[in-house]
Structures are given as structure tokens and as C-alpha cells.
Design a protein around this ligand. Structure first.
Ligand SMILES: NC(=O)c1ccc[n+]([C@@H]2O[C@H](COP(=O)([O-])OP(=O)(O)OC[C@H]3O[C@@H](n4cnc5c(N)ncnc54)[C@H](OP(=O)(O)O)[C@@H]3O)[C@@H](O)[C@H]2O)c1
Length: 251
């Protein structure tokens, strides 16, 4: 191994996260790419990547809904790799486990609002809380969290999807707030929220019937675009919200 870069992808087991793990492993600048999630053990896709990339492909157990698990994962990772140059948190939820995007006010349920908030907003800021020590090392590092354009209040013209929209809006506010604090003591650490576009994954499957083919991305394309956006970030980018094409999205 050389002194290359280390990247962690939380939610690296499926969808866009797995696409990012594959894309990062294809980049020789990265010595180590760690896929984190609840289902990393005995994972066929990650097993295949380990066969191809050997020890450059690493895994870490992390449940975003459990702060103790996030803290333990950060401690475990620090023992394996003292510094991270890139952390992308892709984990999120739109439907499943009782969650279903609301069409109307009458569909709003307190327990669904809280469940969406737990995974889409609380989890991401706890990742920032516990992994900041691996990212604040005085050299360029990026903490990117996958959000969604529907979380933009300024861009909301369609309505609906109360829980997911509100949880992603909260995620954006939490990450923006962390960016302000971290800029004071970790000036080389860039904190951003990213919108990946509409991507062909389990998350979007029930809702992409009306999406034109040219606007529906593969996870590999989304990963390539997101990594290009990340490569172009500088200190001035921190605290902002960018789409897959590099355009800035209003909060
Ligand atoms: N797909 C789109 O069109 C689209 C559009 C806009 C924004 N986004 C955002 O992009 C991100 C990735 O979406 P995706 O389409 O790739 O979704 P996906 O295919 O459903 O994958 C979701 C990922 O989140 C992980 N995850 C869920 N709950 C977790 C938990 N408690 N702890 C750890 N990991 C957990 C899953 O891992 P497990 O294997 O453990 O379940 C999985 O790797 C999400 O934040 C989503 O909101 C997606």
C-alpha cells in the first residue's frame, strides 16, 4: 500500500452507496474504501469487490438508527485508518418499515414523521458528531451527505411527501450548522449536502413512472457525477447544497 486516500461510504451496501464504493475502488488514488452499513457481512456485491480489489475494499458495521453503533464504528475505524479524506453518507429512507410518502395532509402520521427524521436527519448529524475526529486532520477532507432536492424549502412547488421533505430539510439545516462550527476549527474540512438526481434504486422504484429516461440515472452514473462535484469543492463550498450537475440548490 502507498500513502493514498481513504474513503468511507455509509450506506455502501445498495443503490447509490454501492455505486460510490465501486467508483472509488476504480480510482487508484484511494488506498482504502470502506463500505459501512447494517448488512455488510456476507454481502454478495461487497464479496465480489473484495475478490477484485483485495484489502483496498474494507467493511464496517454501522446502524444509522443507533448512536452507540455510530460511535463504535468511528472508534473501530480510527484503529484501522487514523484519517479519512472522504466520508459520504448515503443512507436514507423514503418508504418501507411503515413509511409511505404522504399525498395529502390527511395521510400525515406522527410516528412516520419521527421515523423519517430518525434516519434522514438524526443519523446524519450523529455521523458528523462521531466521525469529525477522523476528518479534522488539517488536510483537505470532505463530509458529504446525500440529501434530496425535495428537501429544499425554496424549491418546493409540488407539495406532498411531508415526512421525507421535512426530514431532508432538517438534515440540510443540521449539516449547514455543523459546517459553520467546523469551519472555525477544521478549516480544511468541507461539509456539503448533495442531491444525486433521480436514480434507479430500490428507494425510487415505486415513484419513477413519470421520469423521462434521460433523467433517470444508473447508480454508476450518479456516483461518477457526485464524485466529480466532490472533486471540485473548495472551502467556500462548505455548508452548501449541490445537485449532481454541480448547480447549487436553494435551502
Ligand atoms: N434514488 C433516488 O432517486 C434518490 C433521489 C434523491 C435523493 N436520494 C437519496 O440518496 C440516498 C441513497 O439513496 P438510494 O436510492 O441509494 O437508496 P437505497 O438503494 O434504498 O439504499 C439506501 C441505503 O441506506 C442504507 N440504510 C438504510 N437504513 C440504514 C440504517 N439504519 N443504517 C445504515 N444504513 C442504512 C441501506 O443499507 P441496508 O443495506 O442496511 O438497508 C442502503 O445502503 C438517500 O439518502 C436518498 O434519500 C436518492
Amino acid at each position: 500500500m502507498t500513502n493514498g486516500l481513504t474513503a468511507l461510504v455509509i450506506g455502501g451496501t445498495r443503490g447509490i452507496g454501492l455505486g460510490l464504493v465501486e467508483a472509488l475502488l476504480a480510482d487508484p488514488a484511494y488506498d482504502r474504501v470502506i463500505a459501512a452499513g447494517r448488512t455488510v457481512g456476507g454481502h454478495a456485491g461487497l464479496d465480489r469487490l473484495t475478490t477484485t480489489h483485495g484489502s483496498r475494499c474494507d467493511r464496517l458495521h454501522l446502524d444509522l438508527a443507533d448512536e452507540a453503533s455510530i460511535e463504535a464504528a468511528a472508534t473501530e475505524l480510527q484503529a484501522r485508518a487514523p484519517a479519512l479524506q472522504l466520508l459520504i453518507n448515503t443512507a436514507g429512507q423514503l418508504h418501507g418499515d411503515g413509511l409511505q410518502p404522504e399525498r395529502r395532509l390527511a395521510d400525515v402520521r406522527p410516528e412516520r414523521l419521527l421515523a423519517s427524521y430518525a434516519i434522514n436527519a438524526v443519523g446524519p448529524i450523529l455521523v458528523a458528531k462521531h466521525f469529525q475526529r477522523l476528518l479534522a486532520h488539517g488536510e483537505r477532507a470532505v463530509l458529504a451527505t446525500l440529501s434530496a432536492r425535495v428537501g429544499s424549502i425554496g424549491d418546493n412547488r409540488l407539495g406532498g411527501w411531508y415526512a421525507y421533505r421535512a426530514a431532508k430539510a432538517a438534515q440540510n439545516q443540521l449539516m449547514h450548522t455543523a459546517a459553520i462550527e467546523l469551519a472555525r476549527r477544521a478549516r480544511e474540512l468541507i461539509v456539503v449536502s448533495l442531491h444525486p438526481g433521480t436514480v434507479e434504486t430500490g428507494l425510487s422504484a415505486p415513484f419513477r413512472g413519470n421520469v423521462a429516461a434521460e433523467r433517470l440515472f444508473t447508480p454508476a452514473f450518479a456516483a461518477e457525477r457526485l464524485l466529480a462535484v466532490i472533486a471540485g469543492l473548495d472551502r467556500e463550498s462548505s455548508g452548501r447544497f449541490y445537485a449532481w450537475d454541480g448547480s447549487e440548490i436553494p435551502w
